[in-house]
Ligand binder design. Sequence first.
Ligand code: DLL
Length: 432
Amino acid sequence: MIWNPEIECADRQQLHEIQSKRLARTIQRLYDNVPFYRNKLNEAGIKPGDVGSVDQLKRLPFTTKTDLRDNYPFGLFTVPQSDVVRIHASSGTTGKPTVVGYTQHDLEIWAEVVARSLTMAGIHGGDTIQIAYGYGPFTGGLGLHYGAEKVGATVIPISTGNTKKQLQFMTDFGATILACTPSYAAHLGESIRKEGISPEEIKLRTGVFGAEPWTNEMRSEIEQLLQIKAYDIYGLSEVIGPGVSMECECQCGNHIFEDHFIPEIIDPETLEVLPDGELGELVFTSVSKVAMPLLRYRTRDLTRLHREKCDCGRTLVRMDKCLGRTDDMLIIRGVNVFPTQIEAVLMEITETSPHYQLIIKRENNLDSLEILVEIDEKNWSDSIRELEGIRGRIDHNIKSMLGISAKIRLVEPNSIERSEGKAKRVIDHRKC
Ligand code: DLL
């Protein structure tokens, strides 16, 4: 089923017209109401009315996370605060949080794109969805919540954490859908086994996982652990929250809801727009939000776009699973490494659990990468020979993938700290 077939299957020309009209309106709104954008547009020599088509998107200035911080908290709002009915914020690791605001209209759009997302994964009225994303300033919990209600599902708004209660609700209330980060899904899957809960007690069918990078190899692990089909949901608070894009049943990339969020891929160094199919930084222009639309927002997420029509019938552009964020890229002895590349290698080794950590140090002016790999319960052994065999295989596979060696340390089952939200997989002592 398709939630909004007129838009999701619209022909490209029709989408182009909708985008162009909305873009022009957004530029006018920003010019009239936000001094930051008025200045930026003036500097670029652009007056509202100059940009009548999305083809001219590349003339517009970029927006960065720093711009949001510089205008903290409400400097980018286009409406008086009395029209803002919700505020979310992402904590960020350093400095001020990033604040986003929503009008009633914005919340309706958000519920609509999440409803489209859930429908893409075959979720419908009659399903019971356990939302184990955090409720609060983070957009995961409330974002999924209103979309799930819109499709008519029964919502269990349990939020994150308290794994015992998660399992109790899951079994007693018969949850058919689980929504949380993939790392927490893996933890829940292991906990079900550990508690000896029988598969008949679990009714789960589908997972809606996102908010952090995860590989297809991790998907297989989770699908096996939970005996479900796992779908990728992508989003960021600056653009709206979860529901910017979602995988359909074909699972060949996430469809972006382009009638609201126009994507581009740029080279993060030269800032040039790259053709479809090339890897680069994802940039979004939000064209229907009222409280805080953004022009060409640089997400720092690395991916590719594909525009061929999908077998599901949707014409919406697709983005590949994110490789990671530009700022997650590790440079180790001159080699660029993304944690997801390491994850893909580790998840191919059947004896490991889906938990790992990367520790980077600089000693004697030389970078070192240590990979902590957790062995799963049934393969943890007292035999040094067996463990050494596993370690040797990981060592070999990592070396052939990265081209540099890493120190592989096998650790006991359950010894790597579990995350309930976004996993922290990298500890880079060079930055301390
Ligand atoms: O993580 C919104 C969200 C909630 C998405 C629940 C999906 C599910 P932020 O906290 O603002 O918002 O973080 C946004 O998280 O720029 C990506 O780097 C990363 N991210 C989000 N979804 C995915 C995904 C939410 N499916 C940042 N795959 C984004 C990879 C993701 N990375």
